[in-house]
Design a protein around this ligand. Structure first.
Ligand code: HEM
Length: 405
C-alpha cells in the first residue's frame, strides 16, 4: 500500500513533468460551471460512464468470443457457440454479456437524452457549433458500432439485419455495388462479413473514446450552456465543478445504476432484439424471418428509409436525416437559445421529440398500411422541423431573457 506521503511524492514527480495538477484544477476540480445547471446536464457524464462500461465489458467478451461463421459441431457456427459458451460456461460470462447488451441500449437512452437537452436549450448555437458537430460524428460512430456488434452473435436477426442494411448500400448509384461488396467481403453476408464487422466493432468504441476527448476539450473552450441559454458575464454566476457538480453527477450515476442493474439482473431482454428470442436461433441463409427490424435505437431512421417507395430515395432520405443534424447550428438563426424564451420553437421541438418516438415505433412494428402512412407523416415533420427553423425566427416573438442567473 502506498502511504499518502509516497502518493504525494509520486504525484509531485509526475506533476513536475506533465503539469497534471494544473490541468486537473483548470479542467476538472476548479473548472467554472454555470450555477443553475439542472439534471438534464447529467447525461454527458453518464454517457462517459456507459462508454467506459461498454469498452471494459467488450474487452472481456472478446477474450472468449470467436468471429467465425464456420460450422462447429452439428448445426451451430463457431461464433454462435462461443456466445452460448460465454453465457453458460465462462465465469460471470452471462453478467458481462448482459451488461454489454443492456449497456448498448443504455448508451443510446443516455445520448438521446443528451441530444434532446442540447436541442431544447439551444446548446448547438453559437459558440458551441463545433461541439455539436463533433457530437453528431459521435452519434454516427455509435450507430455504426451498434450495427456491427449486432451481427456478432450470428443469430437469425443478426444475419438478416446485416443483410438488409448492407443491401441498402447497393442502391447507391455507381459505387453502390462496390461498397456493398466491400462491406460484406463478398457477394453475400458470410464469414468475411463477420470478421470485418468484429474488427470494426472493436475499433469504433476506441475511436469514440478519442473523439469524446475532443468533444470535452471543445466544451471546455466555450464552456457549458445553461437552462436560461444566456452568456454568463459575472463571476458569481459560476461555481466550481468540484464539489458541486461532482456530487450532482455522482447522484445521477447512482440513479442510473439502479435502472441499469434492474435491467441487467432482472430484465435483460427488455430492450429488444440484441438478445431476444429470434437471435437465439442460429443464422440461416435459407430461412428469412417474417419480420426484420433493427434494434429500437435505429428504428426512427429505418422508418424514414421505408417511407419512400423508391429504395434509392429512401436511402438518401435516411442519410439526409442524419446529415441534416450537422447543419442544425446554421439553420436556426434565432438570437435566443433556450426554448424557455422561444414559445413557437418550444412547441416545435416538443413535437419533434414526439415525432422521433413515433418514427421509432413505426420502424419497430411490421409495416401495415396505417403505420406506413403514420411513418410518412412523421418523416415529413422530421424534415419540416429543420426547414421551419429557417423561417420561424423571422416572426417568432421571443420572451425577454433574464439579465443573469
Ligand atoms: C459518447 C457520447 C458522448 C459523450 C461521452 C458526451 C459527453 C459530454 C459531456 C461530459 C458534456 C458536458 C456535460 C453536459 O453538458 O452534459 C457534453 C456536452 C455537450 N454535448 Fe456531448 N457527449 C456525447 C455525445 C454527444 C452527442 C451525440 C451530441 C450531439 C449530437 C453532443 C452534444 C453536446 C453539446 C451541444 C454539449 C454542450 C451542452 C451544454 O453546454 O449545454 N454530445 N457532452
Amino acid at each position: 500500500m502506498l502511504n499518502s506521503m509516497m502518493k504525494t511524492k509520486i504525484f509531485a514527480w509526475v506533476d513536475r513533468r506533465t503539469d497534471a495538477g494544473a490541468i486537473i484544477k483548470s479542467q476538472l476540480t476548479e473548472y467554472p460551471a454555470p450555477k443553475n445547471l439542472n439534471y438534464m446536464w447529467n447525461f454527458g457524464s453518464l454517457a462517459l460512464l456507459v462508454l467506459v462500461l461498454q469498452i471494459l465489458t467488450g474487452v472481456f467478451l472478446a477474450m472468449y468470443y470467436k468471429p467465425s461463421a464456420a460450422v462447429s459441431y452439428g448445426q451451430y457456427t463457431v461464433a454462435f457457440d462461443s456466445v452460448e459458451r460465454i453465457m453458460r460456461d465462462v465465469n460471470f460470462g452471462w453478467l458481462i454479456r448482459y451488461m454489454h447488451a443492456v449497456g448498448a441500449s443504455a448508451f443510446f437512452v443516455v445520448v438521446y437524452m443528451h441530444i434532446g437537452r442540447g436541442l431544447y436549450y439551444g446548446s448547438y448555437k453559437e459558440p458551441r457549433e463545433l461541439l455539436w458537430i463533433i457530437g453528431v460524428v459521435i452519434l454516427l460512430i455509435m450507430q455504426g458500432a451498434a450495427f456491427f456488434g449486432y451481427l456478432l452473435p450470428w443469430g437469425q436477426m443478426s444475419f438478416w439485419g446485416a443483410t438488409v442494411i448492407t443491401n441498402l448500400f447497393g442502391a447507391l448509384p455507381v459505387i453502390g455495388e462496390y461498397l456493398q461488396q466491400l462491406l460484406r467481403g463478398g457477394f453475400a453476408v458470410g464469414d468475411p462479413t463477420l470478421n470485418r464487422f468484429f474488427s470494426l466493432h472493436y475499433l469504433f468504441p476506441l475511436l469514440l473514446a478519442a473523439i469524446v476527448g475532443g468533444h470535452i476539450h471543445a466544451l471546455h473552450v466555450v464552456h457549458s450552456n445553461n437552462p436560461e441559454g444566456i452568456d454568463l458575464t459575472k463571476e458569481e454566476e459560476k461555481i466550481m465543478f468540484h464539489p458541486y457538480y461532482t456530487v450532482k453527477d455522482a447522484f445521477g450515476v447512482g440513479v442510473f445504476l439502479l435502472f441499469y442493474c434492474y435491467f441487467v439482473f432482472f430484465n435483460p431482454h427488455a430492450w429488444g432484439y440484441f438478445i431476444e428470442v429470434d437471435n437465439y436461433v442460429p443464422a440461416n441463409a435459407l430461412s428469412t424471418p417474417p419480420h426484420i427490424a433493427p434494434v429500437w435505437y435505429l428504428t426512427p431512421w429505418y422508418t424514414i428509409l421505408r417511407s419512400f417507395p423508391d429504395k434509392l430515395v429512401g436511402v438518401l432520405a435516411m442519410g439526409g436525416s442524419l446529415a441534416i443534424l450537422f447543419a442544425l447550428p446554421f439553420l436556426d438563426r434565432s438570437k435566443v437559445r433556450s426554448a424557455r424564451y422561444r414559445p413557437v420553437f418550444k412547441q416545435m421541438v416538443i413535437l419533434f421529440f414526439i415525432d422521433v418516438i413515433v418514427l421509432g415505433y413505426c420502424g419497430h412494428e411490421p409495416p401495415t398500411p396505417v403505420l406506413k402512412l403514420v411513418g410518412q407523416v412523421a418523416t415529413a415533420y422530421y424534415f419540416a422541423f429543420f426547414f421551419l427553423l429557417l423561417i420561424v425566427p423571422k416572426f417568432e416573438k421571443t420572451k425577454p431573457e433574464p439579465e443573469g442567473i
